[in-house]
Design a protein around this ligand. Structure first.
Ligand SMILES: NC(=O)c1ccc[n+]([C@@H]2O[C@H](COP(=O)([O-])OP(=O)(O)OC[C@H]3O[C@@H](n4cnc5c(N)ncnc54)[C@H](O)[C@@H]3O)[C@@H](O)[C@H]2O)c1
Length: 262
């Protein structure tokens, strides 16, 4: 009997891949990798100049890419995305929820008891509400093709607190795992899979917000003895976004150099 999420010939052909937070870091590595698989990648980021420059750089490599300046914390901005993508949106088959914020104070986490409501709400909007809304938005075109792949970039911090993440970030990344499972269960029959990746420490601009002392402390806890590279996360996203992963849904993949083994 055909498995609806991996049935051959039912839409595994490249379409549009939306990658949020794609101006730099992990998001840009993911965008490049998906574009190399033949997708037209829509790079979405609040950094207007950077996202356009990153899309242009990918086009310079012979890849299909378009940059969109969007503040995902702004509901109206987020909801305008389908209209702004135009015909590209009709062929959306991959959504990677990668954008996130992790506010620090002097390079360190703000203790939970001291997090202000404005910061808490800002982190929730970008890290959790935006992925929820984007999945809702992308479902109609995916359902129409009966094929879709959603990959949510969570965090090791959402699996087990510790390290250098504050309570607001930890809460949203744990919530993203719940969101992944809830959507996965509801839409598996539509040919759409939803999975999460929980990276450990990866070398990106986000990690440069930490002090050298904090980073040295984190490094000493990693069994493989190094930080991860954005391309190592992108490789897993590419597999989960491809045609051979149709029997995997609602799963969380730990990619952390052996820090957390469960
Ligand atoms: N780097 C790590 O060690 C690490 C570890 C675990 C999880 N992660 C997760 O990986 C993902 C990528 O992280 P990164 O290290 O590349 O971070 P980064 O800060 O380098 O990139 C995040 C991107 O999201 C964008 N962004 C932030 N707020 C936005 C908004 N309101 N609207 C649109 N775009 C917005 C930023 O401009 C930035 O380009 C995040 O979800 C992060 O939580 C990172």
């Amino acid at each position: 009997m055909a498995d609806t999420v991996s049935a051959p010939g039912t839409g595994a052909a490249p379409g549009t891949a939306i990658v949020t937070g794609a101006a730099r870091g992990m998001g840009l590595a993911i965008a490049r990798r998906l574009a190399q698989q033949g997708h037209h990648v829509a790079l979405v980021d609040v950094l207007a100049d950077e996202v356009k420059a990153s899309a242009e750089a990918l086009r310079g490599e012979g890849l299909k890419a378009s940059g969109f300046a969007v503040d995902l914390a702004n509901e109206a901005d987020l909801c305008a995305l389908p209209q702004r993508l135009g015909p590209l949106f009709e062929t959306v088959s991959v959504l990677v929820n990668n954008a996130a914020i992790s506010p620090k104070r002097d390079g360190r986490c703000v203790p939970a008891a001291e997090i202000e409501l404005a910061q808490w709400e800002a982190v929730l909007r970008v890290n959790l509400t935006a992925p929820f809304r984007l999945i809702q938005l992308c479902l109609p075109p995916m359902r129409a093709r009966r094929w879709g792949r959603v990959v949510n970039i969570a965090s090791r911090a959402g699996r087990s607190p510790g390290g250098v993440a504050a309570a607001d970030y930890v809460t949203t990344k744990s919530g993203l795992l719940g969101l992944t499972r809830a959507f996965a269960k509801e839409i598996a029959g539509d040919g759409v899979t939803v999975n999460a990746i929980a990276p450990g420490r990866i070398e990106t601009p986000m990690t440069r917000g930490s002090t050298p002392e904090v980073l040295a402390g984190v490094l000493s806890t990693i069994p493989v003895g190094r930080f991860g590279q954005p391309e190592e996360i992108a490789a897993l996203v590419a597999f989960l976004a491809g045609g051979e992963s149709g029997f995997i849904t609602g799963a969380t993949f730990d990619v952390n150099g052996g820090v957390l083994m469960i």
